[in-house]
Design a protein around this ligand. Structure first.
Ligand code: TYD
Ligand code: MG
Length: 453
């Protein structure tokens, strides 16, 4: 007789325990454990390989490069590393309502005509709802097959008979397997269903898009528990208040990470933005204090973005520090460097930093931009609108060289900038100045002097 095994799993991070516990020791969430029954024959997560594989020397493995099939949406192909790879499982995560279904339906529209039929499995919307969206996007095709189904066993049976070129699961949170008794959307169900779909993809060489909702409070098990299993993880982000959407690679077994694709949500779907720098700078106020432009890199792509700072006297005892689109701790660190190394006293000042357009900057090359925006607002002196910066600031106030300086310079020159303030380490090694006037600086004090001039 088979014996059912019960485990308690944290619905936030997937940590499992033989007993119920109030606080997850792994992610710290309270009251997040739910009971899940595992039957003995259920798959181990991620174990999609057939058991009878034989060991073989590396040199004997046939292969070489994967064949890629470009989808035809350049911004999406770039984040995928050049196109779809047979058997790849791609997870697309994002907040509900951000446009995941829209993006995928547009991609499906391209694939369906060109490469073959696509099976679109929807556990959230009825075929009529999908049809409405497709009409809005101007998509209609015999090669898009809609399947409203949530049981993974039925999905794989249906897909087996169809020989489709690609599959979409919208969303993985609605899919469940009979093997487990827990509710759809729990960590166990998500992992188990995804493992089955992975196995199907690898066996049949069909690429599968898994759509997953991420919620801020983690109430529904996030697609994060799948990140280690799938081949590619993309996050679709953006601010509801802005039409811009950014598709970011978090992990990619078939390409580089940190690539981004930029889209704009309009009435008839997502439009590709081929030159995001132009867009991010289009509403920039000229000759206003507290605004600077930095040349940042997103993967292989240079991007010019505006940083704004507002420095004003504190009205209550504690000065406030707020940052949007950039790491808060980084801003605090740079304020401390300014205080200590340049003698700028911000102790009685509120400091607000914002990256314009709902964009996020992660790399430290933004440091000089933040410092100069703060200084510009503090002194109420605008920074020349044809000047841009990049460079990392260290704790002793030194300015450090950053990677890919020439890419950044070329992009800025293309957009009509004339003056670059960059680390001396970069300036000394440049092979080409792209017609820009270049100031190489060694430390934060030099930067402040330069801004005064
Ligand atoms: P959707 O793709 O359903 O989001 P998700 O699958 O991530 O939950 O799209 C959500 C929003 O996009 C919805 O509020 C309506 C809007 N939208 C447009 O603005 N234009 C369009 O052409 C479409 C299809 C949707
Ligand atoms: Mg959706």
């Amino acid at each position: 007789m088979s014996k059912d095994k019960t485990v308690f799993q944290c619905q936030g991070c997937g940590y499992s325990s033989p007993k119920w516990i109030g606080k997850c020791p792994d992610c710290g969430a309270w009251n997040s454990f739910a009971e899940e029954k595992l039957s003995p024959k259920s798959l181990k997560s991620g174990n999609w390989q057939s058991t009878s594989s034989e060991a073989q020397p590396l040199s004997a493995v046939a292969g070489g490069r994967e064949k890629r099939i470009p989808i035809g949406i350049a911004e999406l192909d770039r984040v995928l590393g050049g196109g779809l790879v047979a058997g790849a499982v791609i997870l697309i995560g994002g907040d509900p309502g951000i446009g995941k279904s829209t993006l995928i339906l547009q991609a499906v529209g391209r694939i369906a005509g060109k490469i073959g039929s696509v099976l679109y499995v929807s556990g959230e919307e009825s075929p009529e709802q999908i049809k409405l969206r497709a009409e809005r996007l101007g998509i209609n095709s015999d090669a898009i097959i809609l399947l409203p189904e949530t049981l993974v066993e039925n999905i794989t049976v249906a897909a087996q008979g169809m020989k489709s070129a690609a599959m979409v699961i919208d969303s993985i949170q609605t899919i469940y397997t009979e093997e487990l008794t827990s509710a759809p959307g729990s960590v166990g169900q998500i992992r188990e269903s995804a493992a089955r779909l992975m196995m199907f993809a690898k066996k049949n060489h069909v690429p599968i898009f898994l759509i997953g909702h991420v919620t801020k409070d983690g109430a529904i098990a996030g697609p994060r528990v799948l990140e280690h299993m799938v081949d590619t993880v993309l996050y679709f982000e953006g601010d509801r208040g802005h039409p811009y959407r950014i598709l970011r690679t978090i992990k990619n077994r078939f390409g580089s990470t940190n690539e981004i694709g930029v889209f704009e949500m309009g009435d008839d779907g997502l439009r590709e933005i081929n030159n995001p720098s132009e867009l991010f700078l289009s509403e920039r106020p000229l000759n206003v204090s507290g605004s600077t432009v930095i040349a940042s890199m997103e993967g292989t792509r240079p991007l010019l973005v505006e940083i704004q700072a507002l420095v004003s006297p504190t009205t209550f005892g504690m000065p406030r520090r707020t940052s949007m689109g950039i790491d808060f701790n980084r801003v605090n660190l740079l304020i401390a460097v300014l205080e200590k190394k340049a003698g700028i006293h911000l102790g009685a000042m509120d400091v607000f930093i914002n990256i314009v357009g709902g964009f996020k900057v992660i790399e430290p090359a933004a440091d000089l931009g933040i410092i100069s925006a703060i200084m510009s607002s503090f002194r109420e002196v605008p920074i020349d609108s044809k000047t841009f910066l990049f460079g990392e600031a260290g704790l002793s106030g030194e300015v450090r060289a950053v990677a890919q300086a020439e890419h950044r310079l070329r992009e800025a020159a293309k957009l009509g900038f004339t003056h670059a303030v960059i680390p001396k380490g970069n300036a000394d090694r440049l092979k080409n100045d792209f017609g820009l006037q270049i100031s190489g600086i060694k430390n934060v004090e030099e930067l402040i002097d330069r801004l005064r001039a």
